[in-house]
Write a protein that binds this ligand. Structure first.
Ligand code: GUN
Length: 294
């Protein structure tokens, strides 16, 4: 058997078109468009690349972006003040502080300073708290986990009553992905570095979300035939045949897994493009809400 490949790039592109049309509608109706502020602290090349991609995607769909770059040694107070200014700016509907922040910054305090109504990353402690409780809808859901669920939905893969296994418990992906699966009535197991007999637990999954950041850790013989595999991992491995000297692989061994799984996301081109699509979605939703709709 060979799995159906979940084409995240294609699905994200459909979502970009949907959002572009909405932004045009908003412009016609209110004479305004949604705005996203990105805050980049320091010079991490990966963070700079992510922020550049986010701004480019905004431009493509007509969302206005406001980029603020701050030096690595910015103080807690200066960063907090900037977030407060963005909170007060009526043209800004979403504030994204790119993580990780430098070690001297209190990340939780900064994320907690972002206005709840502009928390398009969904990382504000209150939004995360609401996500973790029954019948307490957060205003925003974190983009990568939301993208994982969107892929399942758009591929018509049922979640309710299914055995879902999440590998990893990070604040950005594993934990919120687990909460979303629970809200959708999956029977959930969360695995981490202390889990015993990981292959046996993974083998129970009808839906597997892998977000541990370990290249090709999940092998084909860990999978139940027909499982839907959502691979969040983006790991660089040395490859002298490539111009850059490396290639990107997921947390799942794709070649082995595609022979067993029913559905699988590739890396790259699976979950990655969905993170940005969901950021555009959250920012546009925020725009509608501020203009009195939604
Ligand atoms: N760093 C890695 N992923 C993310 C994300 O989704 N949002 C932010 N703000 N930082 C990140």
């Amino acid at each position: 058997m060979s799995a159906t490949i979940i084409d995240g790039k294609e699905i994200a592109s459909t979502i970009h078109s949907e959002i572009k049309a909405e932004v045009e509608q908003m412009q016609q109706k209110y004479g305004r468009v949604p705005g996203l502020a990105t805050v980049l602290v320091g010079e991490r090349p990966d963070s700079a690349t992510y922020v550049r991609m986010k701004k480019k995607a905004c431009a493509e769909v007509g969302i206005q972006s406001f980029g603020v770059d701050l030096p690595e040694d910015v103080s807690q107070d200066e960063l907090k003040k900037l977030v407060e200014e963005l909170n007060a700016d009526p043209n800004v509907h979403g504030i994204l502080v790119q993580l990780p922040l430098p070690g001297h910054i209190d990340e939780e305090e900064i994320l907690g300073t972002i206005s709840l109504e502009k928390d398009v990353d969904g990382f504000h402690p209150l939004n995360i708290g609401r996500l973790s409780m029954k019948r307490r809808d957060p205003l925003f859901v974190p983009c990568t986990p939301r993208g994982c669920i969107e892929l399942l939905d758009r591929m018509n893969i049922p979640i309710e009553g299914k055995r879902a296994v999440v590998l990893g418990r990070s604040n950005i992906v594993g934990l919120p992905a687990a909460m979303l699966l629970l809200h959708r009535n999956a029977t959930l197991t969360v695995c981490h570095s202390r889990t015993k007999d990981l292959p046996a637990v993974v083998r129970e999954a009808d839906i597997l979300i892998a977000a541990v950041g370990r290249a090709e850790m999940v092998r084909g013989d860990w999978l139940k035939p027909g499982v839907a595999v959502i691979d969040v991992g983006t790991n660089a491995v040395d490859d002298p045949t490539k111009k850059k000297g490396y290639r990107l692989v997921g947390d799942v061994n794709f070649e082995e897994a595609k022979e067993v799984a029913g559905f699988i996301t590739p890396v790259p081109g699976g979950v990655g493009p969905m993170t940005i699509a969901m950021l555009l979605r959250n920012t546009t939703d925020s725009g509608w809400r501020e203009m009195g709709e939604g």
